[in-house]
Design a protein around this ligand. Structure first.
Ligand SMILES: Nc1ncnc2c1ncn2[C@@H]1O[C@H](COP(=O)(O)OP(=O)(O)OP(=O)(O)O)[C@@H](O)[C@H]1O
Length: 389
């Protein structure tokens, strides 16, 4: 324990590329024999922000704690800038890893001024003038010039958060590790502090690993999202990719409400009231789920006949409105389908509140549907390309 980083250096430079700021290689963590993180491999490049996203208890914080050095992995290796900081032989403590930490409960020291808080992590050898200049510089960057002499209790929650960010950044870490750092802020402040923090982090060029269970936060902040479940990464990619090409139903469900339409394969296709879906590779009789997000269901008022649709929208099926609500920028319309009574949820991007019982037609954006076999939900879904009707 306690060996400084760099004593046991292993470089992982491939093909002349600079190594990632942070690399986690085959990390496993067991608590009393129970796996919390399993064979997790992930890297974060310079200036990149990667979000670990997943439900409570899936191992996000444990992964971050391993990267920070406050938890030691059962097996696997951690590299910072290509140098091993933890493996079976070496375990550098957090202060020797060049990592900045911003955890949910990482409170400011109440008895220290803002300047003292920000200067806290700077090297002991730094002279007073350089220390003061660094503190002033970072306070300016987080928009808190002139706050040097205040104490934490004199600041708002958002200001405290920004001081915490300045404190974490001032030692110029190569890696920033953030665990739900904005969760204590109200919605309006959160957006503001999040966006400001993001631009400062980008400027600094550190590799950032951020833990969140909030898919909106992950999509808003990340360059890449690593979606975790039960200690493992199930999918990694840019927000657009994971949202539009989810690996399975659970991955799709993490980002929004879903409608699930069941069908059975017959002759490599699945017939539904919304049209025929090609399901090659699945045997006759296999149960499939056709998944569609509420914003990809189109609602058309019933004017006595089925609406004319483009082939991309398949076939319209009729139902009756159960309930319609205005929810901010959109309206949520729940419709009980005539053919089986299933209630499907659709959103329309404007105010439209048809009365309960009103007949409407629903059709789906076929390029936005995902088809998964029911039993084994691990096939990579492709957005459904328009099939022959
Ligand atoms: N010190 C510990 N001792 C025993 N079990 C632990 C310890 N820390 C975490 N665990 C367990 O490991 C699993 C992963 O926990 P972890 O805190 O990493 O999850 P998480 O995804 O960060 O959850 P949350 O979003 O709720 O913080 C959980 O089952 C948790 O109970």
């Amino acid at each position: 324990m306690g060996m400084p980083a760099g004593k046991n250096v292993v470089h992982v430079i491939e093909g002349g590329k600079p190594p990632p700021r942070l690399a986690l290689d085959g990390i496993c963590v067991n608590f009393d024999g129970v796996p919390a993180v399993q064979d997790l491999t992930l890297d974060v490049g310079a200036g990149e922000l990667v979000c670990l996203l997943g439900p409570s208890g899936c191992g996000k914080s444990t992964t971050l704690r391993v990267a920070a050095g406050v938890e030691r992995q059962t097996s696997g290796r951690v590299f910072v800038d290509g140098s091993v900081v933890s493996d079976e032989r070496v375990h550098a403590p957090p202060e020797a890893r060049s990592v900045g930490l911003m955890f949910q409960d990482f409170a400011l020291f109440p008895h220290l001024t803002v300047a003292e808080n920000v200067g806290f992590g700077l090297r002991k050898g730094v002279g007073a003038a350089e220390r003061a200049a660094t503190v002033t510089d970072y306070l300016r960057r987080v928009g808190l010039s002139g706050y040097e002499r205040k104490y934490p209790h004199q600041l708002s929650g958002g200001e405290q958060q920004r001081v915490a960010l300045a404190r974490a950044l001032a030692p110029r870490p190569r890696v920033m590790l953030m665990d739900e750092p904005f969760s204590g802020l109200d919605n309006r402040l959160r957006d503001e502090v999040r966006d400001e923090s993001l631009s400062i982090l980008k400027e600094e060029g550190a590799g950032v690993l951020l833990v969140t269970h909030d898919p909106d936060e992950a999509m808003r902040m990340s360059d890449r999202i690593a979606l975790m479940r039960e200690g493992r990464i199930v999918q990694v990619g840019a927000a657009y990719h994971i949202y539009n090409y989810p690996k399975d139903r659970a991955a799709a469900a993490f980002f929004s409400d879903l409608n699930v339409i069941h069908g059975v394969v017959n002759d490599r296709q699945t017939d539904t009231p919304f049209g025929l879906f090609l399901t090659p590779g699945l045997v006759d009789g296999a149960d499939v789920e056709i998944i569609v997000r509420p914003q990809h269901l189109k609602v058309t008022a019933d004017k006595g006949q089925a609406p004319a649709l483009s082939p991309d929208d398949g076939i319209a099926a009729r139902g009756r409105v159960v309930r319609a609500r205005f929810v901010g920028a959109q309206s949520l319309i729940e419709v009980a389908m005539d053919h089986d009574g299933q209630v499907l949820r659709a959103t329309v991007p404007h105010a439209w509140l048809p009365e309960a019982g009103a007949p409407v037609w629903l059709s789906m954006r076929r390029d936005r549907c995902f088809v998964f076999p029911c039993a084994q939900q691990s096939r990579v879904a492709t957005p459904y390309a328009a099939a022959a009707e």
